[in-house]
Design a protein. Structure first.
Length: 297
């Protein structure tokens, strides 16, 4: 069982309203997201594009529901744009997150990314050059230093359609960055989508994990991705992701390993689906019941 004094449970608003596919849940407000998250039994939320940019306004909405912000996506462009551009944007994002209660900031390199494009996500993912790997590692280390000065933790989010998608790429990123500055955002859904067994990778890198995304995968959709040349966005529309306990991933060994390692931090349900097909509150409650049953949280 995971230690409730160390591990907190949150959920991402992407099940209610999708930042990458605005037509999915476009009618749902951020107030509905937060209210239904709280109703389903979560204490933390990641940030969506509909959330207020004014910390005072967002904090008031959070306090009314007994919620806090635990993390947010940050797009880095360390391989394709000047370093200062990414650092300035990072500091602004970090300051906002700190003001709304988060102490973790999750970054993903978007240089050459195809995750938002209608290209085959498995066949046409970007591959970094040696020079780009160097830029990426140096930039992340610098971002990690800035986060540490703020009392925050930088976590790297491996993601489909980017240059850090495979197990080898995750290994390389962690080997090139400083452990005290750059941690790992461990995402069960993106690993499985990429053809990676999450358990061995977690065993290898559990000491670097500081944030966890709990996302399940529907195998009947995933097996169509390669032969049909699906883009990441199409796979999401088709329902490749779902909440823990509703797909094919074996979460119990992962929970056990995190518990044995003394994991402390947030575990966040993040399963982007079409809310017209998968009612967000219903699926949030389903995930909450499953996690309580398997972890005691």
């Amino acid at each position: 069982m995971l230690d409730a004094a160390k591990v907190k449970l949150g959920i991402a608003p992407i099940a209610w309203t999708n930042d990458d596919l605005p037509e999915l849940g476009g009618e749902n407000t951020f107030e509905q997201c937060l209210s239904e998250m709280a109703l389903a039994g979560y204490k933390g939320s990641e940030v969506g594009n509909k959330y207020p940019k004014d910390p005072a306004v967002l904090n008031r909405a959070l306090t009314l529901r007994g919620m806090t912000i635990c993390n947010a996506w940050f797009s880095a462009f360390l391989t394709t744009r000047p370093l200062r551009e990414t650092l300035d944007a990072f500091v602004a994002q970090m300051d906002f997150l700190y003001a709304v209660g988060a102490r973790v900031i999750g970054a993903a390199e978007q240089g050459h990314s195809i995750q938002g494009q209608e290209k085959p996500v498995l066949a046409e993912k970007p591959v970094f050059t040696e020079a780009e790997w160097k830029l990426l590692a140096q930039g992340l280390n610098e971002m990690g230093r800035l986060a540490a000065k703020k009392g925050m933790t930088l976590t790297y989010h491996h993601h489909m359609g980017t240059g850090v998608q495979s197990a080898e790429e995750i290994d390389r990123l962690l080997s090139l960055t400083e452990p005290g500055l750059v941690s790992l955002l461990f995402d069960t859904g993106h690993l499985t989508f990429a053809g990676i067994d999450p358990l061995p990778l977690l065993k290898k890198h559990v000491s670097r994990v500081r944030h966890v995304h709990l996302k399940d995968v529907r195998p009947e959709v995933l097996k169509r991705v390669k032969p049909e040349g699906m883009s990441f966005l199409r796979a999401v529309r088709e329902g490749v992701f779902t909440v823990p306990g509703d797909g094919a991933i074996a979460f119990e060994p992962l929970f056990h390993l995190l518990s044995e390692a003394g994991y402390a931090g947030w575990m966040v349900v993040e399963a982007e689906q079409d809310p017209a097909k998968a009612n967000p509150l219903e699926y949030a409650q389903k995930a909450r019941r499953y996690i309580r049953e398997k972890t005691g949280l």
